[in-house]
Design a protein around this ligand. Structure first.
Ligand SMILES: Cc1ncc(COP(=O)(O)O)c(C=O)c1O
Length: 349
């Protein structure tokens, strides 16, 4: 099998699987004797690994069950102050649906390729919040989020970034942003049940959270008392198993070096695009310049093409007449050549 489907779900390393087994075994053997300390230590260790990977403070990180939980938590929190928001119509439903269901006044972008147009829309309609993906799930288009963040900061616009299709695949700094959320089962290779949420100091100070549960607010005997803290976005007892897996997966990325992983992925995509451009009849979906690319490429593709690739043992995504090819650090240049050869054979027979 040649696995080129990390944009759907990332592979889990043996050590990450073992982190899960070890967690469950200790729970079985020791029950609360283990859990009482694990409840604090596992999230703390995972946040320390994440703070190294993402070059930010552990104080700005919350670990939540998935992207959807994170964005719904933010929506609850901001909805009394912001009702107008800018969204992209083809963005992932986990990002757009929560705004629709919560009766936001949504202005819809019909394209994300032109950053200037996005900024103009925000100004023209006096919109003070935007939620958008760093990397689009269908086309793999990568938005220049640093430029967008600088604009939003200058205009006092709240920026919420979905980094599910980039965190763990690309090296970027979080400190420019208000909110970044990423489910960790794809490029972070951590399996299901966790997501990383970055909250800026100014966001936490400006907005008191409107979600809650065990350990999420400070209590005294009479009052609920909010002290700005990412902990407020982690209500209730956490998914320690998923968080232990995330910790191990991130530790491995730190050992490999996020810059090296990003560089490797960049090279594979560059090779893939170059090769695709040389095959007659292949159409890349969306812009194909490397400055707009992340870690995957989508091409127009029929069911017959998908079947041809599957028969040759390639695992890719087939959706709505397109094929998404998504390599990660465990893929090689030889594997990219193999899929290019297979595509060439299909196109030319
Ligand atoms: C851009 C993007 N955001 C979010 C998600 C998943 O969100 P959740 O984990 O909440 O289902 C995906 C999954 O494909 C995605 O591509």
């Amino acid at each position: 099998m040649i696995y080129l489907n990390t944009a759907s779900s990332g592979l889990i390393s043996k050590d990450t699987m073992n982190a899960s087994i070890e967690y469950v075994r200790k729970h079985q053997d020791l029950g609360s004797e283990f859990i009482n300390s694990a409840m604090f230590e596992i999230p703390q260790n995972t946040k320390q690994a994440l703070s190294k990977l993402l070059s930010c403070s552990t104080e700005n990180l919350a670990i939540v069950p998935n992207f959807s939980f994170g964005v719904n938590a933010i929506i609850n929190t901001i909805s009394q102050l912001h009702k107008k928001v800018l969204l992209f119509k083809d963005d992932y439903p986990s990002l757009t649906l929560p705004f629709t269901l919560n009766d936001f006044d949504i202005s819809w972008l019909d394209s994300v390729y032109d950053l200037e147009r996005i900024c103009d829309m925000l100004l023209k309609h006096n919109i003070k919040a935007i939620a958008i993906s760093h990397v689009q799930w269908i086309s793999g288009f990568r938005l220049d989020i640093h430029q967008l963040a600088a604009f939003c900061k200058s205009e006092d616009i709240l920026l919420i970034i979905d980094a599910t299709q980039s965190m763990g695949a690309m090296d970027f700094l979080l400190n420019d942003f208000d909110i970044i959320i990423a489910s960790s089962y794809k490029w972070l290779n951590a399996g299901f049940g966790s997501a990383v949420m970055f909250l800026s100091d100014s966001f936490m100070q400006s907005y008191a959270p409107r979600i809650g549960g065990y350990n999420s607010y400070n209590f005294d005997s009479e009052h609920i008392h909010y002290e700005p803290s990412s902990r407020s976005y982690e209500p209730g007892h956490p998914n320690l198993n998923g968080i232990a897996m995330l910790g191990q997966a991130v530790k491995e990325k730190n050992e490999m070096g996020m810059d090296k992983i990003a560089q490797h992925n960049h090279q594979l995509i560059s090779q893939l695009i170059q090769g695709l451009n040389e095959i007659k009849g292949v159409e890349i979906i969306g812009p194909s310049e490397m400055s707009t690319k992340a870690s995957f490429v989508t091409i127009a593709g029929s069911e017959q093409l998908y079947n041809h690739l599957s028969k040759s043992d390639f695992v890719v995504t087939h959706r709505a007449s397109s094929i998404r090819i998504a390599p990660h650090f465990y893929n090689t240049s030889e594997e990219i050549n193999e899929i290019l050869d297979s595509l060439d054979t299909f196109q030319n027979t």
